[in-house]
Every structure is written in structure tokens, then in C-alpha cells.
Design a protein around this ligand. Structure first.
Ligand SMILES: [Zn+2]
Length: 99
């Protein structure tokens, strides 16, 4: 099952727990590295060119669900200019004792 890739206006969201920020991404990439060795034989990569890159799976760090990812809009991405339309967010605090 392919993983939908986030764009400039969308982001990942775990469909099970709603996590937006923490994921383990398994990525396979094909790269060309410019390896520069010093006189002692110690290598260091000075340039990396990515030829191809594929996201194989995404695991949620909160609930460990694999590939249960959907794309949602980033905050502010859908807004096209300030309209001054204030939405009242009421706190859902129904603190009644059950029993
Ligand atoms: Zn999750």
C-alpha cells in the first residue's frame, strides 16, 4: 500500500490516534556519494546526489500503526487571505462524575 506523500499544503495524520508530528519513516533511496578519503584513509562524504527516493512505510510513534496515514491540510494552508472570520472554540469540558 503506497504512502501518500505530503505536499506544501498537506501533512500526515495518523487515522487511528490523530498524531500529526511524530512518525518513523522507512525510506529507500538510491544515491551517488562523492567520497573523499584523506591521506590516512578516513572517508568523508562531501556530496550526495539523490537519484531516486521512495517512502516504503510510515509508522506512527504514538500507537505504532503502520501505513494508517491520511493527508490533511496544514494549518493556514487553505486560508486565502485574512477574512476576520473568528470561530469561537468552546472548551468541551464536561466534567461530570459517572457512576
Ligand atoms: Zn497513531
Amino acid at each position: 500500500m503506497p504512502v501518500p506523500l505530503p505536499t506544501a499544503t498537506t501533512r500526515w495524520r495518523c487515522t487511528l490516534c490523530g498524531n500529526l508530528t511524530r512518525f518513523d519513516v522507512t525510506r529507500s533511496s538510491r544515491v551517488v556519494e562523492y567520497v573523499h578519503l584523506d591521506l590516512a584513509g578516513e572517508p568523508s562524504v562531501e556530496e550526495t546526489e539523490v537519484l531516486a527516493e521512495t517512502v516504503e512505510s510510515v509508522r506512527c510513534r504514538w500507537c505504532n500503526a503502520v501505513d494508517r496515514i491520511e493527508l490533511v491540510d496544514r494549518p493556514g494552508a487553505a486560508a486565502d487571505g485574512d477574512d476576520g472570520n473568528s470561530s469561537a472554540e468552546s472548551a468541551a469540558g464536561g466534567g461530570s462524575a459517572s457512576g
